[in-house]
Design a protein around this ligand. Structure first.
Ligand code: NAD
Length: 292
């Protein structure tokens, strides 16, 4: 279980961050988790599935019987991608198909379309879309946030959620679902994550509005808003003095491991568990009470 505060991390060459060089290593699987075929026969696409929360979601979906396709950023995340693919192959249940890892930069609409096309080419269907990719930059001053930076961040953190949903929906049937990764900072704010927290607020509004648009089609749209979780996103973007207190801002006074967040995605993805839930946000955040 992760604690409060982490040591300085090895320097990384930009975002997205690499998990395999972090110390301590994030934990993606809880050995006490007992799967029960909740997603048997489903095809899931998870963006940013090579590491962190996306890796844990890919593992838990696989344990629950789904076939998983995940995206990663080539050149930055190859080692994490290899480790994730290897583990998914090990966890795969009988009848599930082999996983695929799709290299891409999701900042662009055409790439989002290509990713969906590849999933359809390989599996012929898509039942669950998890929009999870993101970057995050530390800033204490709004002066640091210029047009380029703001546009780039919204492209990755928000535009890709729109575009992937748009293209995946062409193939989704009644009973399919979309799950977006939001964040506690969309609700609580964060003075040093100004542009990032703004993208997460947009994701909450996107989730609510799209859910209403898709009610008639029988497609559910929900979000998960984690609190602090020990992942490459934090290791690569927070300065040492912030890492030293990471997790202390929530009532449980510690950060989560990715495996503590993934079951919320399983719950929302599973029609037997969440058939009456759409437009909602689940809050695995260490006890912070939020008003929505
Ligand atoms: P992570 O670094 O493991 O995952 C982020 C992923 O985004 C990467 O794996 C990468 O593949 C992908 N990505 C980044 N830039 C991309 C690009 N240009 N094109 C395609 N993919 C790109 O970190 P994480 O913390 O697991 O992040 C997963 C999600 O969880 C994010 O949406 C993040 O905002 C959210 N979140 C994290 C925390 C936390 O404390 N770690 C808290 C709340 C929400």
């Amino acid at each position: 279980m992760a604690t409060t505060g982490f040591p300085p991390q090895p320097e990384q060459d930009g975002q997205p961050g690499k998990e395999y060089i972090m110390h301590p290593l994030p934990q993606s699987l809880n050995p006490d988790y007992k799967p029960s075929n909740k997603l048997l026969g489903k095809i899931a696409l998870v963006t940013g599935g090579d590491s962190g929360i996306g890796r844990a979601v890919s593992y838990y979906f696989t344990l629950e019987g789904a076939t998983v396709a995940f995206t990663y950023v080539k050149g930055q995340e190859d080692e994490d991608k290899d480790q994730t693919l290897k583990m998914i192959c090990k966890l795969k249940v009988e009848g599930a198909k082999d996983p695929i890892a799709i290299p891409t930069d999701l900042s662009y609409e055409e790439n989002c379309k290509r990713v969906v096309d590849e999933v359809i080419d390989v599996y012929g269907q898509i039942d669950i879309l998890v929009n999870n990719a993101a970057q995050q930059y530390y800033t204490t001053n709004i002066e640091d946030v210029d047009e380029n930076r703001l546009e780039r961040l919204f492209r990755i953190n928000v535009f890709s959620y729109f575009f992937l949903s748009r293209y995946a929906l062409k193939y989704m049937k009644r009973g399919s679902c979309i799950i977006n990764t939001a964040s506690l900072v969309a609700y609580a704010g964060n003075s040093v994550l100004l542009d990032y927290s703004s993208t997460k607020g947009a994701i909450v509004a996107f989730t609510r509005s799209l859910s209403l648009q898709l009610i008639e089609k029988g497609i559910r749209v929900n979000a998960v808003a984690p609190g602090p979780v020990w992942t490459p996103l934090e290791a690569v973007s927070l300065p040492p003095h912030e890492l030293a207190i990471f997790g202390s801002q929530v009532p449980m006074n510690r950060a989560a491991e990715p495996y503590e967040i993934a079951p919320a995605f399983v719950f929302l993805a599973c029609n037997v568990c969440a058939s009456y839930i759409t437009g909602q946000v689940v809050h695995p955040n260490g006890g912070t009470i939020v008003n929505a």
